[in-house]
Design a protein around this ligand. Structure first.
Ligand code: CUA
Length: 156
């Protein structure tokens, strides 16, 4: 047991298990990558899909997140204020969003449908109201505009 702990901690020190990337939370509003027009789902020139999200008291920007079924999606999330939780129910996407860092994770959705994305770290009085919706789309439902951007709206 001790050997397992020692070996795994040593191995993890060499290969950090999580992606560590710093960002200045106080200048997030002027950050190019996380500028408002660059938030949400984007198909990159190489065909890969990146979703950029700002988690802030008490909402995710954007609130509706379309992604393609069966394709790897990279999520990049950051916060300008306090720690939030990034969790997509029914998937393995689960991480904390800490101000000052970009949380990045990749996942593949194998089933189309709506996935609830609640904030799962207590972040203040509006915590329970803080959620977004991931729409996993397939076929003709999945489409982008000329710039590669995809968007959706929360059904009422
Ligand atoms: Cu954001 Cu709880």
């Amino acid at each position: 047991m001790i050997a397992v702990i020692v070996v795994s901690s040593f191995a993890m020190a060499i290969h950090p298990p999580s992606h560590v990337e710093a960002i200045d939370p106080t200048t997030l509003n002027t950050n190019v990558e996380f500028a408002e027009c660059n938030l949400g789902t984007r198909v990159n020139p190489d065909g890969s899909v990146t979703v950029r999200i700002i988690a802030t008291q008490f909402e995710f920007l954007p609130r509706c997140i379309p992604v393609p079924k069966g394709q790897q999606v990279t999520f990049r999330v950051t916060s300008p204020d306090v720690i939030h939780g990034f969790f997509i129910a029914g998937s393995n996407a689960n991480t904390m969003v800490v101000p000052g860092y970009v949380a990045q994770l990749r996942t593949v959705f194998s089933t189309a449908g709506n996935y609830l994305m609640p904030c799962h770290e207590f972040c203040g009085l509006g915590h329970s109201e803080m959620w977004a919706l991931v729409k996993v789309l397939e076929g003709a439902q999945w489409k982008t505009d000329a710039s590669g951007k995809a968007s959706c709206e929360i059904p009422r």
